[in-house]
Design a protein around this ligand. Structure first.
Ligand SMILES: Cc1ncc(COP(=O)(O)O)c(C=O)c1O
Length: 391
């Protein structure tokens, strides 16, 4: 099975005529670097998320990096990060010179930061907590907010996989609870433009800092100067080129218009999966129905018995043309083992070993879901036979 020839790929990016038109219009305008479309995208994003400030950047990784710098995180600081996440969550504080302290998750069934373990990891050097809403599922953000307030810590939400996820019954969204939120528009995300990201914050000073640092710490932008504003500029710090460009902003703005509908379509796919897999021996579902109703469904992970069974299960699905993926726990990587604290990360390790993310897209059909479910049942049968043959 070639990588591009899947019967059911992990995800499908749907590009509409309106998306193409929006990018073409941008190209025809002749203005390609950060300008009016980026501003319009930011305004739309701020309204969607329900945040006073949305500052776009070139990736989710850049968003985490700048969120850490804006928060004043630096050398000598410790930042608590879940051990079960994508590596960028821990790289963000490292770019700022701080040390990530890996922390355990609640369980493989609720694979986000465990507030009790966070409390155990706090030291006089702790400056911030990065709460990841992993696979789109909301972290225990109210408990983490209370903990950070009690200890005077900054809370940064890594919402890279969670745009549109609600944290409570009021409908409040991720990225509005922490001092700063970091989002990704990478090509597999719910709102994707290829590469891109955003920092959200309610604090105007943090927003200004992120804006400054994303563009070389220059006191004016190219668009400002093009329009005759600010003919001169100053450089007031060491900054970066982390800008989003106009074609991506145009694409993002076009796609933002159907994001809510696309999240609902993902939710229906996941509900259909959960209904079909609920009683299947050998597969366990993660999170409860309340979380399923609130998440924006970046991915659909299920749990298998153990690592061996999971790996065989994936092999079988691959042979049937079904693409799956998984995330290793961070401390199992060569570079990150040294950041694991004493006392272990048992839940994160178990989640890394046991989970498998099945295909999920807004456009998945019921027959594709049935294909995956039937293949999963068949794969489980063969994985069980292999386990008994070898063990
Ligand atoms: C949890 C998490 N954080 C951060 C990032 C980084 O985002 P980007 O790929 O846009 O740099 C990702 C990307 O996949 C992610 O999954």
């Amino acid at each position: 099975m070639s990588d591009c020839d899947w019967e059911v790929p992990l995800t499908t990016v749907e590009v509409s005529e309106a998306d193409i038109q929006a990018v073409m219009e941008c190209l025809a305008s002749g203005w390609l670097t950060m300008g009016p479309r980026t501003q319009a995208f930011e305004d739309g994003l701020a309204a969607f998320v329900g945040t006073p400030h949305a500052v776009t950047v070139s990736s989710g990784t850049a968003a985490l990096h700048l969120a850490c710098l804006a928060a004043g995180i630096g050398p000598g600081d410790e930042v608590i990060v879940p051990a079960f996440t994508f590596v960028a969550s821990a790289a963000g504080p490292r770019y700022a010179g701080a040390e990530p302290v890996l922390c355990d998750i609640v369980s493989p069934y609720e694979f986000n930061l465990d507030p009790q373990d966070v409390a155990r990891r706090i030291t006089p050097r702790t400056k911030a907590v990065i709460a990841v809403h992993f696979c789109g599922y909301p972290a225990r953000i109210a408990e983490l907010r209370a903990l950070c307030d009690e200890h005077g810590l900054i809370l940064i939400e890594d919402c890279a996989q969670a745009i549109g996820t609600r944290v409570d019954a009021s409908g409040r969204q991720v990225g509005t609870i922490g001092e700063l939120g970091a989002f990704s528009f990478f090509s597999k995300k719910q709102l994707c433009v290829g590469e891109g990201g955003m920092v959200t914050t309610a604090d105007g000073a943090f927003a200004d800092r992120v804006k400054l640092l994303r563009s070389h710490a220059m006191t004016s932008t190219t668009w400002d100067r093009h329009r005759g504003h600010d003919p001169a500029y100053d450089i007031v710090d060491i900054g970066f080129n982390f800008r989003l460009d106009e074609p991506r902003a145009a694409l993002g703005l076009s796609r933002l218009g159907r994001l809510a509908a696309s999240i609902e379509a993902r939710r229906e796919v996941v509900s259909a999966y959960r209904e079909r897999l609920a009683e299947v021996d050998g597969i366990e579902l993660c999170f409860d129905e309340q979380a399923v109703a609130r998440t924006s469904h970046f991915a659909f992970p299920v749990l298998l018995a153990d690592r061996f069974t999971r790996d065989r299960f994936r092999d079988r699905l691959k042979a049937d043309g079904i693409q799956t993926t998984w995330y290793p726990a961070l401390h199992t990587f060569t570079e990150y083992s040294r950041f694991a604290p004493d006392g272990g990360l048992a839940q994160a390790a178990e989640a890394g070993d046991r989970h498998c993310a099945l295909p999920l897209s807004a456009t998945m059909t019921i027959s594709e879901i049935d294909l995956v479910v039937d293949a999963a049942k068949a794969a489980l049968g063969s994985a069980a036979r292999l386990t008994s043959a070898t063990g």
